[in-house]
Design a protein around this ligand. Sequence first.
Ligand SMILES: Nc1ncnc2c1ncn2[C@@H]1O[C@H](COP(=O)(O)OP(=O)(O)OP(=O)(O)O)[C@@H](O)[C@H]1O
Ligand SMILES: [Mg+2]
Length: 208
Amino acid sequence: MVGVYGIGGVGKTTLMKEVAKNMTKDGLFDQVVMVTVSQEPVLKKIQGEIGENLGLTLSEESLDVRARRLLERLKKEKRILIVLDDLWKPLNLPEELGIPCESSCNVVLATRQLQVCRQMGTQLNVELKVLSEGDAWILFKWAAGDCLVEDNDTLCEVANQVVRECGGLPLAIVTIGKALQTKDISVWKDAASQLKMSRSSSPEGCKE
Ligand SMILES: Nc1ncnc2c1ncn2[C@@H]1O[C@H](COP(=O)(O)OP(=O)(O)OP(=O)(O)O)[C@@H](O)[C@H]1O
Ligand SMILES: [Mg+2]
């Protein structure tokens, strides 16, 4: 079981989707099942989704019975990867969901808290960090689109300030880049100064 952790908006879900896509494409696993756990997990729904992906209909009402049926089924799978995204609290995977821990069932979980990985007993934890300045700039240019031409020095200077204020957080970079896409330079300047003010007024900066 592998844990991926990092602050909100850093790209855990985006990465999990890529992992799910590539692992199937590369043929490393026969099946990849990705489910969102969320802050208030609805166990029945999660069990149902996993079952559905395996062609198993869970019509029982009892969570325990559903978990046992799923467990039996997953134990027979040889090369399956289960991706549990957005975990907020530890779960007892075999008992609460029906995901076996001891067999060849591989699990990757994503959470904001390293503590959750530890409580889940992951064998390896990987921190997803904010983007480097270079990558942040590439993502911002993609989000802002064609308006951000490199030979417009004034706009690029303001854009650089905006990107710096985003602190390498993809969520901020993409949201702000897209919002500024069609706007006049005066709006860009306004955004840069507002971001600067909001950062200096918050002791934690962009952190949670
Ligand atoms: N590597 C990336 N390339 C392009 N865009 C990205 C990347 N990572 C994240 N994003 C963008 O940032 C947004 C937030 O990312 P994501 O939802 O994956 O964060 P998260 O870490 O799962 O956040 P949370 O803890 O709130 O679940 C996404 O909607 C996506 O647009
Ligand atoms: Mg997420």
